[in-house]
Design a protein around this ligand. Structure first.
Ligand SMILES: Cc1cc2nc3c(=O)[nH]c(=O)nc-3n(C[C@H](O)[C@H](O)[C@H](O)COP(=O)(O)OP(=O)(O)OC[C@H]3O[C@@H](n4cnc5c(N)ncnc54)[C@H](O)[C@@H]3O)c2cc1C
Length: 504
């Protein structure tokens, strides 16, 4: 027997990933309640950097332009060594393939506030602050979530699914007995945020300081805000190290005590972890509950936003009866290898960039000078196996581009939350009538044939047709009508309709 449900989804945790999940669920037409144990937002920043893919997720929520106004693009990145030599300088101030800058600096509370506003303005979803989740139990066809509020009143909410966005210490993960795989060495770092006025700081907007006496990081944020992160070294006194004088010393004078006003000094343990399972029946782990990375490439929160982008359209299709429940298995198979790549790469890079051994540092510096291209940021990997043609087409399972049209419109604003079939008129005409009819009546798919809209997509794909999923990943490419027919029948709503038609 299937339990009566109160909502489609309960989201545990109202951090940036949980709030984004609620906003995206509302946009996809699902009902949801989020429970957050704290009464207010976390007031200080952890994440400070987003990539273009995350901006696309915000675009979907209709707040990317608003957000862009309170961010700054990161114009340049550098790697410096102990002697202060610039080993690598890269200009990063350009529009990336996602139609947004790939390096955006921001203040985390700003983005959380904006996403929470979207949630508050959306129908069908709400975030209940001051409610702590104390139990999650799967029953027939549903999940019962037990919560307690600040007055000690307990309540049970029944949902079809649970999205656990309850952070790195996720109790849900613990309750389900899910362990984690460890990457690299845990390291303690002092993170200092504040306003730097009348002092130049470093020349570049992001600087990795390969200073073996104390590895560090510099970031220029919106306005006069800056961040520096310093690795803790043996013998550091945790009370002394956060004083203005110590910060001036650790920063080698870049943050002078009389010109830098810190608003946050915190010691973090940076860890590389991947949860061994991301799904347990009707419960899905997302964000830091599923993965944590040393923040070398600023990908932690970006990865959490990708989890949501990957999961929500699948839940929506299953909820509407347009896809088989097995589609939900592809969340873990696709996302886990992708996130693992970033965690592992960051952990490996940390070993080299954050060495405290002078000899290793000297060899590293020589290598970087000889091969500066090797220090370029790694490119994002393909998804793991799942709903895409990756086994036969290496372009499939990779993030697709977002063209900006001649009138300035970004293509996602036309495609919205649908599959996109982009092809030439000739290819489309070659499809059997019944396939074209099915495509044209499918509300989950949009077909674009106008060369102005599709030429960049086809050029990038190097094919006569490309199909993007609602999360902008490439389902596959095709060069013949027969290939395109095979591809569009992978779209769950069309495959389901085809099965139903055969059955009748
Ligand atoms: C110093 C530092 C720098 C970073 N820099 C970057 C960066 O530049 N770019 C980037 O992309 N990422 C960065 N990250 C990572 C990023 O901050 C995290 O990935 C992100 O904040 C995780 O969001 P989340 O919503 O998954 O988890 P959290 O923000 O931890 O939110 C989890 C929420 O769940 C709530 N909760 C927990 N248990 C319960 C319960 N039982 N009931 C109800 N609520 C509960 C908590 O109160 C919390 O609000 C950085 C991290 C650190 C520490």
């Amino acid at each position: 027997m299937v339990e009566a449900v109160d909502v489609d989804v309960v989201v545990i945790g109202g951090g940036p990933v949980g709030a984004a999940a609620l906003a995206q669920l509302a946009g996809a037409g699902l009902t949801a309640i989020g429970f957050e144990q704290e009464t207010d937002m976390w007031p200080t920043a952890r994440a400070v950097h987003f990539d273009g893919e995350t901006m696309r997720a915000l675009q979907r929520l209709g707040v990317a332009e608003q957000f862009e106004r309170i961010t700054v693009p990161m114009r340049s990145v550098e790697i410096l060594n102990e002697a202060g030599e610039v080993l690598v300088h890269a200009n990063t101030d350009r529009l990336g393939s996602q139609a947004w800058s790939d390096h955006i600096s921001f203040h985390q509370p700003d983005i959380e506030r904006l996403i929470r506003e979207v949630v508050a303005d959306s129908d069908g979803v709400e975030l209940r602050s001051g409610h702590r989740v104390i139990g999650v139990r799967e029953v027939d066809g549903a999940v019962r979530v037990r919560t307690v509020d600040l007055d000690g009143a307990e309540q049970v909410t029944t949902a079809r699914w649970v999205i656990a966005a309850d952070g790195a210490r996720s109790e849900t993960r613990g309750r389900l007995g899910i362990t984690g795989q460890r990457f690299g060495e845990d390291a303690q770092w002092l993170v200092v945020d504040g306003q730097l006025v009348d002092a130049p700081g470093y020349a570049a907007d992001m600087v990795q300081l390969g200073t073996y006496t104390r590895p560090a990081l510099w970031l220029r944020l919106p306005g006069t805000r800056v961040r520096m992160e310093f690795m803790l070294m043996p013998g550091d006194d945790p009370e002394e190290i956060v004083t203005p004088e110590a910060i001036e010393r650790l920063s080698r004078g870049v943050l002078p005590a009389d010109r830098f006003t810190p608003d946050r000094r915190a010691i973090y343990t940076f860890r590389g972890r991947i949860a061994e399972r991301w799904r347990d029946g009707r419960v899905f782990l997302v964000g830091d509950a599923a993965h944590t990375a040393p923040p070398l490439f600023g990908q932690g929160l970006c990865a959490g936003m990708r989890d949501i982008e990957n999961l929500v359209w699948k839940l929506a299709l299953v909820r509407r009866g347009k896809a088989d429940e097995s589609l939900l298995d592809t969340y873990e198979t696709e996302r886990k290898p992708h996130a693992t790549y970033w965690v592992e790469t960051a952990a490996n890079q940390a070993v080299l960039m954050q060495t405290t051994d002078p000899e290793v540092a000297a060899k590293r510096d020589e290598f970087i000078k000889a091969h500066p291209e090797a220090s370029a940021e790694p490119s994002s990997p393909a998804l793991g196996p799942g709903l895409h043609d990756g086994g036969r087409d290496e372009r499939a399972g990779r993030l697709g581009i977002q063209p900006i049209l001649s009138d300035g419109v970004r293509l996602d604003d036309i495609v919205r939350r649908r599959f996109l079939v982009a092809t030439t008129r000739e290819m489309y005409a070659g499809l059997p009538d019944r396939v074209r009819a099915a495509l044209e009546s499918d509300v989950e798919t949009v077909v674009l044939l106008d060369p102005e809209k599709v030429s960049q997509l086809l050029h990038e794909a190097g094919a006569a047709a490309v199909v993007h999923r609602p999360d902008h990943y490439v389902l596959g490419t095709a060069d013949s009508p027969a290939d395109l027919e095979r591809l569009v029948l992978l779209i769950p709503s069309l495959a389901t309709a085809a099965i139903a038609a055969r059955a009748n």
